[in-house]
Design a protein around this ligand. Sequence first.
Ligand code: SF4
Length: 248
Amino acid sequence: MSAIEPVIPRPKRLLTQNARLRRIGVWNWTLPALALRLPDGRTVRTCPSAGVCAQACYARAGTYTWPVVAAKHAANLAFVLDDPHGWEKAMLAELAAPRFTGAWVRIHDSGDFFSDTYLTAWLRIIRARPATYFYCYTKEVDRVRRLVVPDPPGNFRWVFSFGGTQDAELREDDRVADVFPDSDAITEAGWASQEASDLLAVLGPRRVGIPANRLPSARKRLRGRTFRTWQAETTRNRARESGERDAA
Ligand code: SF4
């Protein structure tokens, strides 16, 4: 008897290269941004610690929303959720190809480490493929501090990115990335831009500036702020509103 076919077909390839990362020879693994409702009705939050970033997210617009691209990201997520061991095995098999020796893989062009189990699976993969380098941007500050920081694999780098609900947990000595209105604002703030190569986010200076995406709606919402200042403002306003409600 043949095995039951998954509702969402398995992706043929797990690691791909978008135009920006292909230029610098980096491969990427991608999940849907923020959250996705799967055909069976499950809603999965793929960026559980997203904050204001969700309102100006590069991955919730443009090419990411093209049906073929969105379907691929949904298939990636369904594979992880429905057959985690099969996904891990398939990822390890793909990474065994000679082209990944000495290569860099960006974990999550969009999406994040949405559970402990999923991050732990990635740590097993990273350790099993020491000839490949892995990096990520993440807003999962608590999860990474608990599961990665005490014993990080030598071939893994990460940068915490502002604009999430855990921003307040970031410390002076953390490597951090922030989204700025434009390149000039990055220079004025004395941060280092990663525009020349995304790898600078983990290989360059510790304060990483990213120019905001060009979408007019995103720029309008950003209103000249950085994700860091926007998130801090939002958090303060929410605390004030909740204090006012409690006092009423
Ligand atoms: S964490 Fe990244 S991918 Fe997720 S919603 Fe925020 S900007 Fe988008």
